[in-house]
Design a binder for this molecule. Sequence first.
Ligand code: R5P
Length: 289
Amino acid sequence: MTKLLLLSPNSSDLKEKLPSATILEMKRFPDDEDYIRIPVDVKGKEVLFIHRCYPEQNKSLIQLFLTLDALKRQGAEKISAIVPYFPYARQDKIFMQGEALSSETISKLTKEAGCSELITFDCHYIKKAGEFEYAGLKIKNISLSNEILSYFKTKAKNPIVISPDEGARYLVEKEKGAKVAQKIRGEYNNNGDQLYRGVASMKADFNVLNKDVIIIDDMISTGTTMIKAVNVCKEGKANKIYCGAAHGLFLLNALENLKKAGAEEIVASDTIKSPVSKISITNKLKEFL
Ligand code: R5P
């Protein structure tokens, strides 16, 4: 089947490394609703559509659904959506009666809109690399842990590799001597309409004395988790502390706060564009093109 690579305008920075890609036509109506048009013939073809869904998750998800549906209508044979950071993946459990199960809803809608397969990176609710099915959606989950670790290993001396919680264990488990800290989540805040659950404490039963440390997580959002992990390593008198994550959201001044906490360097991939997006997803993507 002929493959065709389609790039959303919000991912056109990847065009340089993926020169064969066609850019999707996307415009806005005066009321800010999105207009989508597939500018090439996709009938009978396998289409890989790269579209970032962060920031502006709600808007970009609508753009994703409209594009998938338009591709289906135009007769594409197989449609793989490449969404580097898949949003709404963190509410993957019902914690309180009556809550929406966002991860399932968004996955179902993606499938329903026409997605044959979702290709994504370090998806929060999967917590391992490989092929899965979730809420009817086929997912290829690629991990960027090797790329992040390789980046730091050129700088750190004999490092000890750490994940800040159980959920991120899969990112470090292949590393010799890797350690997993135990994170205890706090209660939800009760502060207006912004919902946030901090980190109550972090236990680390391992020795980092005079060692370089690489801490790796799937994402740095407010930075609370990573800062706690840096603090724990500082208390243990670690030498240099490097922090890496696949997805760098860096909310609430997280990048500055991490530096202030004592991180030697912070790095993320370009699933989300940030000032420290030094790991490119394009090499991994080329394996599918
Ligand atoms: C949680 O389970 C995740 O793996 C991350 O540790 C978490 O989402 C990071 O969020 P924050 O930066 O707000 O602590």
